[in-house]
Every structure is written in structure tokens, then in C-alpha cells.
Design a protein around this ligand. Structure first.
Ligand code: MTE
Ligand code: MO
Length: 198
């Protein structure tokens, strides 16, 4: 299955203040963590950090992958059109975790290396977000977040947490790494929500 999660007219595809790049820049705060696949897990946690569900690498890949082709937008002003990814939708992850209803309105994505980013639950559901392990038909390169990263293409790319290892539900919208360091809490590229106060 190949779905374009955000079908937009070509003329309206570039958000304000962005330019198109054909390359794929790497933007990482800190070092690239390397986690062996046999030590990798993906965990859905409650607010108090207790485990709701967790999968090994093989179990996770067996949840039922989806392929998407989407445009991505970095707050440093590059956008890249038609990027192809394979991963598990967050809808499917929550379903496999046995959650009929999300227990709270926000999540914090957490990662190897300590990076975090906050998201409203509604912005990771309805096919809006994947945990992706393939880019352009190849295993996701470590510098781009392999073995697996979050992909939330309708928000600035800092929300697409690399080396993601899980999500924790939150009652309050607590800021993640960049959100604590001056970036916007939500990060909608179409409204140019780059920095706190935009
Ligand atoms: N774990 C982690 N995820 C991260 C980052 C990071 O430093 N660490 N940088 C973010 C930022 S600011 C951007 S723009 C994108 C960059 O992804 P790329 O290096 O694949 O282009 O990853 C986001 N996810
Ligand atoms: Mo970024």
C-alpha cells in the first residue's frame, strides 16, 4: 500500500519561508547512538513510566507495515518533497498495545541518546505519524535515525524523533528537548511556528 498522507496541490506544497532541497541534510544534537537490534525495543508507557506494551524488533516489524510518500519540512528552512518511508502507524501501535482510547491527550516521544519531543495525541493518529525503519526502500541509515525514527511530516522535522524507543502518555503538554530550548511547542510549518512565541 502506498498512501500519500498529505495530498496537496503542487502549487501549495512549499510552506512559507522554506526552500526545496534535493539532498537529505543530517541534523543531530549530539552523537549518533548505535543500538543493536537484539537490544532494541519499542515501549508505550503510562504517565508514571509504567509499561503499557513493549515489542522487540522482530515483533514490532510484524505489527503490519505501511508505506507513505510525504514532504518533510525542517525548521532550518529546507523542505524535501516525495520522501518514501516504511513503518508502523501510531494508530496500529496503540491498537496493538490494547488501547481503545488514548489515556491522555499528549505524548512524549523518547529516544536513545535522551532526545525527547512532545506531541498532541491527535497529531500522531489517523495515519499522521509512523515509526519508520525504511527510507527510500533501504534500511534507515543511522545518521537519519536508524534503526527506527518517528515520522510526523505535517509538523517541522524536529518532531520526527530519530532513534525513537517509545512514547509516554502525558496529561499536560510538557516540552521536549527543542521545545525547552526555544522551539515552538506545536511546530506547524504552514503557520511558521518555528520558535516559542511564533
Ligand atoms: N533523537 C534525535 N532526533 C532528532 C534530532 C536529534 O538531534 N536527535 N534532531 C531533530 C531535528 S532538529 C531535525 S531537523 C531532524 C533531522 O533529521 P535528519 O537528520 O534525518 O534530516 O531530526 C529531528 N530528530
Ligand atoms: Mo531541525
Amino acid at each position: 500500500m502506498n498512501t500519500r498522507i498529505f495530498a496537496m496541490g503542487k502549487e501549495r506544497r512549499l510552506p512559507p519561508g522554506q526552500h526545496i532541497t534535493g539532498g537529505f541534510p543530517v541534523l543531530t544534537a549530539g552523537v549518533t547512538p548505535r543500538t543493536a537490534l537484539d537490544a532494541w525495543t519499542f515501549t508505550v508507557e503510562a504517565e508514571d513510566h509504567t509499561k503499557i506494551a513493549s515489542w522487540s524488533w522482530d515483533e514490532f516489524l510484524a505489527l503490519g507495515p505501511t508505506e507513505v510518500t510525504v514532504d518533510i519540512h525542517c525548521v532550518t528552512r529546507w523542505s524535501k518533497f516525495d520522501t518514501m518511508w516504511r513503518g508502523i502507524t501510531v494508530d496500529r501501535i496503540f491498537e496493538a498495545a490494547g488501547l481503545e482510547e488514548p489515556p491522555s491527550p499528549f505524548v512524549m516521544a523518547f529516544c536513545d541518546g535522551g532526545y525527547t519531543t512532545n506531541l498532541p495525541v491527535e497529531d500522531v493518529l489517523d495515519g499522521k505519524a509512523l515509526v519508520a525503519w525504511e527510507y527510500d526502500g533501504e534500511p534507515l541509515a543511522p545518521e537519519h535515525g536508524g534503526p527506527a525514527r518517528l515520522l510526523v511530516p505535517h509538523l517541522y522535522f524536529w518532531k520526527s524523533a530519530k532513534w525513537v524507543r517509545g512514547m509516554r502518555f502525558m496529561e499536560e503538554n510538557e516540552p521536549g528537548f527543542w521545545e525547552t530550548n526555544g522551539y515552538h511547542s506545536f511546530g506547524d510549518p504552514w503557520r511558521e511556528q518555528r520558535y516559542d512565541g511564533d
